[in-house]
Design a protein around this ligand. Structure first.
Ligand SMILES: NC(=O)c1ccc[n+]([C@@H]2O[C@H](COP(=O)([O-])OP(=O)(O)OC[C@H]3O[C@@H](n4cnc5c(N)ncnc54)[C@H](OP(=O)(O)O)[C@@H]3O)[C@@H](O)[C@H]2O)c1
Length: 236
């Protein structure tokens, strides 16, 4: 069976590393982000098959994106939700619009992509989904209450969805990274934080990609959260 994967947030960072690794493993990959030029540049660089623009927070955008993938490369049987934003701020200083925007992208957007992808996967009686959560959702972190809620919400969503679709031979899992070198973490002062990580370093996007690819290719893991954080969770 041809392996066709939609990677939302595939234009840079973790999503791009996932897309690259999947291409190397003979998946046909659609790279998706809001910025089409960046999605196209990433697709060209990694040898992907299709670049599309989509705002994951807009359901019609998501539906249209899947139609384009089916038309151009075929039915999606693998989905990776790596699109996400993180805007730090104390809750008392966070506006309602900002709360809704983060939840719409990080949590509800993944619900939209899963819902549309599942229609095709159910027909094929096969599929695998990996949603990218965060160890911050599990541990909590001051200044990240909204982000944490969006990411731990994704865990509850994924575990329940895994139970809903297991009988259709579809797996749903979460990869929860710690601190990973990407644009998202570029403004973080690394030196002192590194001391709190048992493995003593930030992770690389490829460290996360390896975990995602492992879950996509597994046949008997579902409803699982795979933590990729250099041991950070041990520091609770
Ligand atoms: N880096 C870390 O340390 C870390 C740790 C834990 C979890 N994570 C999670 O891992 C995922 C990837 O993070 P990253 O570090 O790779 O971030 P990144 O480098 O900022 O990349 C984010 C990706 O998401 C896309 N994106 C953002 N908003 C979108 C929207 N509304 N619709 C569609 N695409 C959108 C971006 O492209 P456009 O801007 O063009 O749309 C980009 O491709 C995120 O969910 C993040 O929360 C990251």
């Amino acid at each position: 069976m041809t392996k066709i994967c939609a990677v939302f947030g595939g234009s840079r960072g973790i999503g791009k590393a996932v897309a690259k690794l999947l291409v190397q493993r003979d998946y046909k990959v659609a790279v998706i982000s809001r910025n089409l030029d960046k999605a196209k540049a990433a697709t060209e660089e990694i040898g992907g098959h299709l670049a599309l623009s989509c705002d994951i927070a807009k359901e019609e955008d998501v539906q249209h994106t899947f139609q384009e993938i089916v038309k151009n490369i075929g039915n999606v049987n693998y989905l990776v939700n790596a699109a996400g934003v993180n805007r730090d701020g104390l809750l008392l200083r966070t506006k309602k619009e900002e709360i809704l925007s983060q939840l719409s992208i990080n949590l509800i957007g993944s619900m939209y992509t899963c819902k549309v992808a599942l229609r095709g996967m159910v027909q094929q009686q096969r599929g695998a989904i990996v949603n990218i959560g965060s160890i911050v959702g599990h541990k909590g972190n001051a200044g990240q209450s909204v982000y944490s809620a969006s990411k731990e919400g994704l865990v509850g969503f994924s575990k329940s969805l895994a139970k809903e679709v297991a009988r259709k031979n579809i797996q749903v899992n979460v990869v929860a990274p710690g601190f990973i070198h990407t644009d998202m973490t570029s403004s973080i002062e690394e030196t002192s934080l590194k001391q709190t990580i048992p493995l003593g370093r930030f992770g690389e996007a490829d460290d996360v990609a390896q975990a995602v690819a492992f879950l996509l290719s597994s046949s008997y893991i579902t409803g699982h959260v795979l933590v990729v954080d250099g041991g950070l969770q041990l520091q609770i």
